[in-house]
Design a protein around this ligand. Structure first.
Ligand SMILES: [Zn+2]
Length: 103
């Protein structure tokens, strides 16, 4: 009797779950320093960041470096990294870029 009701709810739930899964699916991030694939990417809240679609951060335990992966408009991504470097106080390892020249 209550099946018709719960079916509708379940469909909505599944649709939401699928959407959520797609949004939350972390990319494969490789450590820029030692090239280890980092499985546990942490998704950052980018709702307040204009032009940024997704941002992930992963910490490499092997070399103690954070690697970032950011998707969005190129200018917004550059601004994001610039802000990151400011907050970190040094060069930030980019997930998809070559390591910076050692200073
Ligand atoms: Zn590493």
């Amino acid at each position: 009797m209550g099946q018709a009701k719960s079916r509708g709810t379940q469909e909505a739930r599944i649709a939401e779950a699928v959407r959520f899964a797609v949004q939350e699916k972390p990319p494969t991030i490789a450590c820029n320093v030692c090239q280890v694939v980092l499985a546990q990417a942490e998704q950052l809240d980018t709702r307040g960041l204009k032009g940024i679609e997704l941002a992930f951060k992963s910490h490499c335990t092997a070399c103690d470096q954070d690697t970032w992966a950011v998707r969005g408009e190129a200018s917004a991504v550059r601004a994001f990294y610039a802000a990151l470097e400011k907050s970190v106080g040094g060069p930030v390892q980019l997930g998809s870029a070559k390591p910076p020249l050692s200073s």
